[in-house]
Every structure is written in structure tokens, then in C-alpha cells.
Design a protein around this ligand. Sequence first.
Ligand code: HEC
Ligand code: HEC
Ligand code: HEC
Ligand code: HEC
Ligand code: HEC
Ligand code: HEC
Ligand code: HEC
Length: 328
Amino acid sequence: MKTLTPALTFIFLVFWVLTGGTARAEEVDCAACHKKVTPNIVSDWELSQHGQNQIDCSACHGSDHKSEKDVKNARIPTPEVCAECHEEKVREFKNGKHARAWSSMKAMPTFHWQPMVMIEGMKGCGGCHKIGLKTEAEIKELSKAGRGFGMASCDACHTRHLFSVAEASQPQACQTCHMGFDHAQWEMYSTSKHGVRYLLKQNKTLPEGAAAPKCQMCHLPGGNHANQTAWGFLAVRMPLPEDKQWARDRATLMQALGVLDPEGKPTPRLEVIKKEKVVRLTQEEWQKERSSRPRIGSWPRRSGSWRIYIRMACSRSRRNTPSPTRIS
Ligand code: HEC
Ligand code: HEC
Ligand code: HEC
Ligand code: HEC
Ligand code: HEC
Ligand code: HEC
Ligand code: HEC
């Protein structure tokens, strides 16, 4: 036995070196070449959890592109690629509104009346709505038009190639899209006391332990990537309420949006809106979403101050929505 062991070890070593050697000869050192071509991508990757856990470039981009001559063979990852290792996050994401951002944008009749510069490729509307999932056919079409980046969705909050949770956990991760006149969540939040306190915490004026909420606490509670709110963007819902005046107001809004016809009957657009989860269609569905907002600290939920806090954090008073007395 004593003489056999070194012999076996030797055979094993030869085998290991041979197989290891051949495998290495076939591999390309992506990072070495890309240090010259795209140095910031490589330095970001080196700092990332991926770089530090040996998740190399080819884990996401495949290994069919090996030099400057075959660049088109590089795989441009979609969330399906992330799902190979982060299945749960991708499943959650698919259940949320972000996943629908591309299709809901295209479902807007007014989208198709915009000048090309507003809608072509990933520009204009697509600059933000690219966070949504695209079909295979859409990906092909978009790639034909240009380099075809913007398919990944998952790099909207933890941007490539750092893919940092620390970055995604700050309200600034939402700022680039949730801003501007038609969805001014950033402006409302950052000028409210909630946001001001949070930003003062970030610049260390306030101590780390100071209570101050951020977008993620309310909208991705527990890290759940399936974001959705009760009222949603259009701030209308079915069924119509008992309050006659309110029901009339809401029906007018739905008629203006083309969801109800002038007689108040549903139009084919209702099907689109259902598919894209634009409105909650039953009281139960609305209530479920409404109740799922987490309780932050000791802020009261059903009292007047809950309503005021909603108006402070994400005020909807700019839209033709019910007054606070009607919200609860
Ligand atoms: C010998 C140099 C070299 C090697 C090795 C190399 N690349 Fe590249 N790669 C390039 C060049 C040059 C480009 C084009 C860059 C540009 O135009 O901005 C490129 C582009 C890319 C792109 C963008 C693709 C596109 O559609 O524009 C990805 C992704 C990529 N490389 C990943 C990799 C991966 C993964 C590997 C290893 C399996 C690798 N590269 C190996 C030189 C190289
Ligand atoms: C081959 C497996 C693999 C693939 C593919 C992959 N990841 Fe990861 N990812 C990891 C590992 C391993 C870690 C290290 C931490 C861990 O164990 O969760 C990680 C960590 C992360 C983190 C946490 C970083 C932090 O700061 O803690 C994020 C965010 C992330 N990945 C996003 C993505 C996204 C987005 C994609 C797709 C574009 C992707 N990953 C593709 C394996 C993978
Ligand atoms: C790349 C742009 C982008 C980024 C970054 C982004 N969002 Fe969004 N978000 C959108 C778009 C576009 C929609 C509308 C999707 C739809 O409903 O079709 C949306 C929808 C939402 C909704 C659902 C509203 C509803 O209709 O119920 C919530 C909540 C939300 N985002 C929160 C966040 C938070 C919190 C962050 C940061 C952690 C964030 N978003 C980062 C673009 C973005
Ligand atoms: C600056 C980023 C940005 C741009 C540019 C942008 N959007 Fe949006 N869009 C958003 C965000 C964020 C939301 C979600 C806001 C909310 O729920 O209050 C949204 C919501 C929507 C919704 C509602 C979806 C739903 O399910 O409720 C539609 C439809 C829409 N946008 C279409 C468009 C069209 C069409 C354009 C181009 C004319 C456009 N958007 C340009 C960020 C953007
Ligand atoms: C965790 C997955 C992941 C890893 C690991 C990864 N990439 Fe990427 N890479 C992406 C995603 C996602 C995109 C954006 C795709 C999109 O926008 O559609 C991207 C885009 C690119 C691009 C296009 C240029 C741009 O704007 O970013 C290049 C070049 C690239 N990667 C090179 C590399 C190189 C080199 C490495 C290794 C040092 C690497 N990637 C590692 C996920 C990854
Ligand atoms: C709206 C912003 C946003 C988008 C889009 C987003 N993430 Fe995240 N992600 C976050 C935040 C915030 C955290 C930290 C959550 C927490 O506190 O646990 C996170 C954490 C993670 C983590 C590390 C935590 C864990 O449980 O392993 C992974 C992995 C991850 N995301 C993958 C993905 C993938 C894959 C996608 C695309 C399907 C994606 N993310 C899209 C905001 C986002
Ligand atoms: C303290 C909790 C809280 C914070 C912090 C917060 N929100 Fe909200 N947000 C809410 C509530 C509650 C609603 C209304 C939900 C409903 O429809 O019933 C809402 C609604 C929304 C909507 C749906 C459209 C609308 O305006 O009604 C979006 C999008 C959104 N918030 C994004 C953000 C972003 C981005 C941030 C950070 C810049 C943020 N929120 C900060 C609690 C919060």
C-alpha cells in the first residue's frame, strides 16, 4: 500500500495537469484583453461580488467571442442569464410592474404618435421603459437597429458591472427614472422631510440610527423585487365606488383613457390594461396591494397621518385623484 499511494498520486497529477492544461488552452483571457479595450468594465467587475467569486465574463457573455474579429458572437445577457444563478430574484421581478414597463409603454396608443426620436430603440420613452422584459422578436428587432444594449433589465438599480446591492439600496438608484413632471417621485421624496432626513443621514449630518425611510423600504420590502402599488400610475381602479359623484369622476377618467366607451361599457383596451396590470380590477385585489405596504416604525396606518404621509412621500395630489378623505 505504502508504495502504491505515491504511484497513484503521480498518475492522478499527470491526468490533472493534462486535462487542466487543455481546458486552459481553449479558454480566452477576456479580462486581459478588455483591460485595454474597456478598462472600466474590467475594474468594476474586479470590485464586484462576481469578480470576487470567480463569476467571470463568460458566465454572462458566453465564450463564443474570443477576439476583436468576432465581437458579434458575444452574448448580450437578458434576465434569463441572471436566473441561472438568481432564480428567485428573477421570478419576483417577473411578478412586478417593472417587468411590464416595455409592453405597457408600447400598449399606449399615444406612443405610436410620438416622433421617431422619442421612441426609436432605447431613446426617449425607452430610456426608462427598457427596464421591462422584451420578447425574443423585440430583442432581434432592437439589435438590428443598433448595438442592442438595454436588454438586461436587472442592471437598472445595481448597475453593471458592479452589480452592487449597496448601490441598489439607496434611493438614488430610483432617481434616474422616477423623476420629471409626470412621475415626480424623486422630487416629492427628496423635498419631503422623509427624504431630507435620509439625505442628511447619507452625508453624515444625522447619525446612522436616525429614522428616515427610503423608497426601497416601502416598495421592495424584504428585498422583494415584485413592485406594484394599489392605485398605480393611472390612479383609477375597478369596480366603480358607491359614492355617485366619485363614480362619475372615475368613469370620466376611464372614458378619457379609452377603457370605457361613452356609454360606460368596457372597450377592448380593458383587456390590454388587464394584461399589463395597469389597474386593480377588483376591490380585493386593490385592498391586498394596499395592505401589503409595510408598517414603517410606528407610523400609523389607517389614521389621518398615514394619509398625510402618503401625500408627503409620493403625493398624488397632482393627478385628478380622490381627496385624502376618500383614500382609505
Ligand atoms: C483580443 C481581445 C479580446 C478578447 C480576448 C475578448 N474581447 Fe470582448 N471585445 C473586444 C473588442 C475589441 C470589442 C469591441 C469593443 C467596442 O467596440 O467597444 C469587444 C466587445 C465585447 C462585448 C460587447 C459586444 C457587443 O455586442 O458590442 C462583450 C460583451 C465582450 N467583448 C465580452 C468578452 C468576453 C466574455 C470575452 C471572453 C470570453 C472577451 N470579450 C474576449 C476584444 C476582446
Ligand atoms: C454563474 C452564476 C451567476 C450569474 C450568471 C449571475 N450571478 Fe450574480 N452573483 C453570483 C454569485 C456567486 C454572487 C456572490 C454572492 C452570492 O453568493 O449571492 C452574486 C452576487 C450578485 C449580486 C449581489 C452583489 C452584492 O453587492 O452583494 C447581485 C446584485 C447580482 N449578483 C446580480 C446579478 C445579475 C443582475 C446577473 C445577470 C446579469 C447575475 N448576477 C448573474 C453568481 C451569478
Ligand atoms: C430604468 C428606470 C427605472 C428605475 C431605475 C426604477 N424604476 Fe420603478 N418604474 C419604472 C417604470 C418605467 C415603471 C412603470 C412600469 C409599468 O407600470 O409598466 C416603474 C414602476 C414602478 C412602481 C410601480 C408603480 C405602479 O404602477 O404600481 C414602483 C413602486 C416603482 N417603480 C418603484 C421603484 C423603486 C423603489 C426604484 C428604485 C429602487 C425604481 N422603481 C427604479 C422605471 C424605473
Ligand atoms: C424619465 C423616465 C421615463 C420616461 C422618459 C418615460 N417614462 Fe413612462 N413611466 C416612467 C415611470 C417611472 C413610470 C411609473 C410611474 C408611476 O407609477 O407613477 C412610468 C409609467 C408609464 C405608464 C403607465 C404604466 C402602468 O402600467 O401604469 C405608461 C403607459 C408610460 N409610462 C408610457 C410612457 C411613454 C409612451 C413615454 C414616452 C413618451 C414614457 N412613458 C417616457 C418613467 C418614464
Ligand atoms: C453578471 C453578469 C455579467 C458579467 C460577469 C459580466 N458582464 Fe458584461 N454585461 C452584462 C450586462 C447585463 C450587460 C448589459 C447588457 C444590456 O444592456 O443589454 C453587459 C454589457 C457588457 C458590454 C457592453 C458595453 C457596455 O455598455 O457595458 C461589454 C463590452 C461587456 N459587458 C464586457 C464584459 C467583460 C469584459 C466582463 C468581464 C470582465 C463582463 N462583461 C462581465 C453582464 C455581465
Ligand atoms: C428596482 C430596482 C432593482 C431592480 C430592477 C433589480 N434589483 Fe436586485 N436588488 C435591488 C435591491 C434594492 C436589492 C437589495 C435588497 C435587500 O435589501 O435585500 C437587490 C438585491 C439583489 C440581489 C442580492 C440579494 C439576494 O437576495 O441575493 C440579487 C442577486 C439581485 N438583486 C438580483 C437581481 C436580478 C437578477 C434582477 C433582474 C431580474 C434585479 N435584481 C433587478 C433592486 C433591484
Ligand atoms: C414611507 C413609505 C414610502 C417611501 C419612502 C416612498 N414611497 Fe412611493 N408610495 C408609497 C405609498 C404608500 C404609495 C401609494 C400606494 C397606493 O397606491 O396605495 C406610493 C406610491 C408610489 C408610486 C406609484 C405612483 C404614485 O405616485 O402613486 C411610485 C412609482 C412610487 N411610490 C415610487 C417611489 C420612489 C421612487 C420613492 C423614493 C424616491 C418612494 N416611492 C418613496 C410609500 C412610499
